[in-house]
Design a protein around this ligand. Structure first.
Ligand SMILES: Nc1ncnc2c1ncn2[C@@H]1O[C@H](COP(=O)(O)OP(=O)(O)O)[C@@H](O)[C@H]1O
Ligand SMILES: Cc1ncsc1CCOP(=O)(O)O
Length: 268
């Protein structure tokens, strides 16, 4: 971890600038995602109509593309939005939910990947299936470990400046190196949308930092530390979800201080 990495300062910048994040996402997690963006101090807009796409992305500070429940119409909107983001050098995140599960998803994800997202995030099976057509997945949850996916994540760096693999530990890869982040809560994979929200937080932090490691690590730390605080109050998935949202909004997260024990450099 670089000595100048200061996620608390980045969060303050985020709150001051309140970046507009255009999210074209799935219909399962659209509301938790919008709420999480509001909680951290960003401004969400969730439209995925094709005729909204170019103008909305052009007015946004960052873009999030999530393939959880794709339709022909939403895919058209996604393509139109990523063209604008790529042309304007606007940060955008690709979350290829369930990419290995069907040919339809794989084709859609590869077409979007060609526009070179600023960051790609997914669970281990998604990262592996995106990098290698021979890998298939099942549904939206992982069948692989994060360690299984590091080679695939490395291969995706030829398309994207940053790749994040989520799981019990998260791994972040950029051209500067490879890091492991520990922490978070075992309740996270038991509530739908925690991975999707992470993609939206990556987009929001990408709007306030040009350094891929910083944006990815700040988003992951914010999600993980909030999850740890939420776990202390949770009695089950429902109370965890609402406590996590409350914790995402807290002013005393101390991201920089708490980063020390959670971010581990694994090499270049
Ligand atoms: N066992 C766990 N312990 C702590 N955090 C976890 C665990 N499993 C997943 N997470 C966290 O939950 C979030 C979503 O990860 P994951 O479940 O892998 O994503 P997805 O929903 O895309 O499958 C990430 O922030 C990840 O770090
Ligand atoms: C269950 C489900 N089905 C299609 S999208 C989706 C949500 C997945 O969200 P996450 O991967 O963040 O749990």
């Amino acid at each position: 971890m670089g000595t100048r990495f200061d996620p608390s300062a980045l969060l303050e910048t985020l709150k001051t600038r309140a970046p507009l994040v255009h999210c074209l996402t799935n219909r399962v997690t659209v509301t938790p995602m919008a709420n999480a963006l509001l909680a951290i101090g960003a401004a969400p807009v969730m439209t995925d109509h094709p005729d909204d796409a170019e103008q909305m992305t052009a007015s946004a500070d960052a873009l999030l593309i999530n393939l959880g429940t794709p339709t022909q119409e939403s895919l058209e909107a996604m393509t139109r939005s990523v063209r604008v983001a790529a042309a304007d050098h606007r940060p955008w995140v690709l979350d290829p939910v369930g990419v290995g599960a069907t040919r339809f998803r794989r084709t859609a994800a590869h077409a979007l990947l060609e526009y070179q997202p600023t960051a790609v995030r997914g669970n281990a099976s998604e990262i592996m299936a995106l990098a290698d057509e021979a890998i298939t997945g099942r549904g939206v949850d992982t069948q692989h470990t994060v360690e299984d996916a590091t080679e695939a994540a490395n291969a995706l760096l030829s398309y994207s400046k940053g790749v994040a693999i989520s799981g019990q530990q998260d791994h972040l890869l950029t051209e500067l190196g490879h890091w492991q982040l520990t922490g978070g809560s075992a309740w996270q994979p038991r509530v739908t949308g925690t991975g999707c929200v992470l993609g939206a937080l990556m987009a929001a932090y990408g709007a306030v930092s040009d350094e891929p490691f910083e944006a990815l690590a700040a988003a992951h730390l914010h999600a993980a530390i909030a999850a740890e605080l939420a776990e202390a109050r949770a009695e089950g998935p429902a109370s965890f979800a609402s406590a996590w949202l409350d914790a995402l909004a807290r002013d005393d997260l101390a991201l920089t201080e708490r980063a020390i024990e959670r971010v581990h450099a694994l090499g270049v």
